[in-house]
Design a protein around this ligand. Structure first.
Ligand code: PEP
Ligand code: MN
Length: 353
């Protein structure tokens, strides 16, 4: 249930209403929007509560919400959530670009890629230190050592960092080194992990499970929000369909649908969403045109020798830079601003194909 307050309501009155809600044994969540303050109610309320609330001074309307997720829904929080990480804003009209390798391999590799991401105008360095691999004999990542390498490269080149966390036990160490924690597609419903992420404030990029519906996806986000961490972004990374030409089918419709159902930023991953390098550029542009708040793109200086085999979907650095140049032109056409601190072309000079 949500309580929509009158436009001229005072802070004092909002506080009286929230106290009234608490006295009724349920939990109020206040969301201050540009036009209105909305009070969401969580918990099992007495059937008569809605009628009582409707009669209170300062209340314009009370609406019952049937969705199973509450804090993630736009009904509870009409304005876009904007997550500010060290001055980089994610959500609303800002377009954020995250780029980097599938996995952190060596200090030299991540340093060089970080330099190229920054030079192209990206704001976030991606790289997995703990890799969720389909087979147990495949390369599993460089672990804590990889986290250190990436944190150093991010700091040196002025980039935020994002890395995947797979288990609750590793949340604290990953949060110590990275600015954003990624929950991979295979862990979207790892509820212990989601609960643990709800106990910290580090921003989380939650990837859609490859067979998850929008409702299941938003309920997974709800676990993190309900735990007390409001800094969640959703990531469409492709779903499993009957088509085998592409690794996954990037569900472009998910972008506007999730943005209508939820206030959380929506990031698109055209790399895992297609599994094919030549499709990353068109699907990146399509994602931005569909309203994505950002992209997470794999880029590698030596994709043929990438340690995870995701080289086939990784852009070469010059392709990444050209994509960002085009996105700079596209962004304003779809109401987005792309704040890049690009560096001159010489920044690419030492990288050889
Ligand atoms: C990744 O980002 O490298 C990754 C493993 O992603 P996903 O969980 O979407 O497969
Ligand atoms: Mn990958």
């Amino acid at each position: 249930m949500i309580v929509i307050t009158k436009p001229d309501i005072t802070e004092e009155r909002i506080s009286e209403i929230t106290q009234y809600i608490e006295r009724n044994g349920v939990q109020p969540h206040v969301s201050r929007g540009t036009d209105r303050t909305v009070i969401g109610i969580i918990g099992k309320a007495e059937p008569t509560l809605a009628d009582h609330l409707r009669q209170l001074k300062g209340v314009e309307n009370v609406i019952k919400i049937s969705k199973s997720y509450k804090l993630a829904s736009r009904d509870f929080h009409p304005d876009d959530t904007i997550i500010d990480i060290k001055g980089v804003k994610i959500g609303g009209s800002n377009l954020v670009i995250m780029g980097g390798p599938c996995a952190v391999e060596t200090p030299e590799q991540i340093d060089e890629i970080a330099r190229l991401v920054k030079a192209a105008g990206g704001q976030v360095l991606r790289g997995g230190a703990f890799k969720p691999r389909t087979g147990p004999y495949s390369f599993q990542g460089t672990g804590v050592e990889g986290l250190r390498m990436m944190a150093e490269a991010g700091k040196k080149h002025g980039l935020l960092t994002i890395t995947e966390v797979m288990t609750p036990e590793y949340v604290d160490v990953c949060a110590e080194y990275a600015d954003i924690l990624q929950v991979g597609t295979r862990n979207m419903q790892n509820f212990d992990l989601l609960r643990k992420l709800g106990t910290i404030q580090t921003p989380v990029l939650l990837k859609r499970g490859f067979s998850a519906t929008y409702d299941e996806f938003l309920n997974a986000a709800e676990y993190i929000l309900a735990g007390g961490n409001p800094n969640v972004m959703l990531c469409e990374r492709g779903i499993r369909t009957f088509e085998s030409y592409t690794r996954n089918t990037l569900d472009l419709a998910a972008i506007p649908v999730l943005q209508s159902l939820s206030h959380l930023p929506v990031i698109s991953d055209p790399s895992h969403g297609t599994g094919r390098r030549e499709l990353v550029e068109p699907m990146s542009k399509a994602s931005v045109a569909a309203g994505a708040n950002g992209l997470i793109v794999e880029m590698h200086t030596d994709p043929d020798n990438s340690m995870t085999g995701d080289g086939v979907q990784s852009l070469f650095p010059d392709q990444f830079a050209n994509l960002l140049k085009d996105l700079e032109k596209l962004a304003p056409l779809v109401g987005k601003q792309f704040n890049t601190e690009k560096q001159p072309a010489e920044a690419f000079a030492t990288w050889k194909m």
